[in-house]
Ligand binder design. Structure first.
Ligand code: ADP
Ligand code: MG
Length: 309
């Protein structure tokens, strides 16, 4: 049985269709990524699962329960780390946790022990008495995660978990998400960061204006794109890049500012030397980078638009 089962889900805000006939599942022990640009409907999906929003069509099932008719059961099964972490900034981490426990946990004494364990696990124990407003972005996210895990839910939703978190904090959060997955929890992560979807998620659903345009493992999605990208940084301009590279098996030539040329090639490893030689006949080659297809390329191919716009 899937942990989350969604079929033909739709939700409109007046004339905007934020979620459009969406179907997917999240399995126990899996991280499913919802990857899409701002405004593609990610938060709306999260709020339809956690029962904060009502749907216009379709079904949502969380381990056998419908958030719309069975909100209490779904709340008990779900941990949610929202996009806006909505912590009490003037309270300490521990008081935020106790406040949450008082609202949601029946056994407050047991909850207090678990609070200590979770603060320890999230490396917040030393600062647990300080007001949350003095925390970094990463610490706030970890506190929001600790709070979401208080009742040990089997399903956890993360809405853009690393937004505003620095690189080191991002890696810490990813490790926590992976260990939850390895504990068998079903995890839904929304993101507009291609790299996050690629390295964190077992499967990725690419969302475009509320619609699913692809759903597969990151490797399978990238395998749809034929060819590599070669990026040449030159010291000066090329007279006729298309004419120069076209005969060498380059499918697409794209000129970027500051004499950067992006080439789409079938098998970059084979023709790299030829490309560099051709370029250096006209301008000094400062650097050469070869890139396998990324989820950005997949998004561009499927939607005609770049992911980050
Ligand atoms: P994301 O989380 O991917 O950025 P959202 O789910 O927040 O996307 O929004 C999806 C679309 O729905 C956007 O076009 C957004 O402007 C619109 N939208 C979201 N919330 C509301 C609302 N409360 N009222 C009207 N439109 C909304
Ligand atoms: Mg959002």
């Amino acid at each position: 049985m899937s942990a989350i089962s969604i079929a033909n889900l739709s939700r409109r805000y007046k004339q905007i269709t934020a979620v459009d006939d969406l179907s997917f599942t999240v399995e126990p022990g899996e991280v499913l990524g919802l990857l899409g640009p701002n405004g593609s409907g990610k938060t709306t999906v999260v709020n339809l699962i956690n029962g904060l929003l009502r749907r216009d069509a379709g079904t949502v099932d969380v381990l056998g329960h419908d958030p719309q008719t069975d909100a209490r059961a779904v709340r008990a099964l779900l941990g949610v780390v929202p996009q806006e972490t909505n912590l009490y900034e003037d309270l300490s981490a521990r008081d935020n946790m106790i406040h949450h426990a008082a609202l949601y946990c029946r056994d407050l004494r047991a909850a207090k022990q678990r609070i200590d364990e979770l603060l320890e696990l999230m490396a917040l124990r030393e600062r647990a008495g300080d007001p949350v407003r003095t925390y970094s972005g990463g610490m706030k996210r970890r506190l929001a995660l600790a709070r979401a895990l208080l009742h040990d839910p089997p399903v956890v939703l993360f809405d853009e978990p690393t937004l505003g978190v620095d690189v080191q904090g991002t890696h810490v959060l990813w490790d926590h998400i992976r260990s939850l997955r390895d504990d068998g929890k079903a995890i839904l992560v929304t993101t507009n960061v291609m790299h996050e979807a690629d390295v964190l998620c077992d499967r990725v659903l690419i969302l475009d204006r509320g619609r699913c345009v692809a759903l597969d493992t990151p490797d399978a999605l990238k395998a749809q794109i034929e060819g590599d990208t070669v990026i040449l940084q030159l010291a000066g301009p090329l007279a006729d890049p298309a004419g120069l590279f076209g005969p060498l098996g380059v499918d697409e030539v794209e000129q970027e500012p500051d004499h950067v040329v992006r080439l789409r090639v079938r098998d970059a490893g084979r023709v790299l030397g030829d490309l560099v030689r051709a370029a250096s006949s006209q301008a000094e080659v400062v650097s050469v980078r070869m890139q396998r297809p990324t989820l950005d390329d997949v998004f561009l191919r499927l939607t005609g638009r770049a992911l980050r716009e």
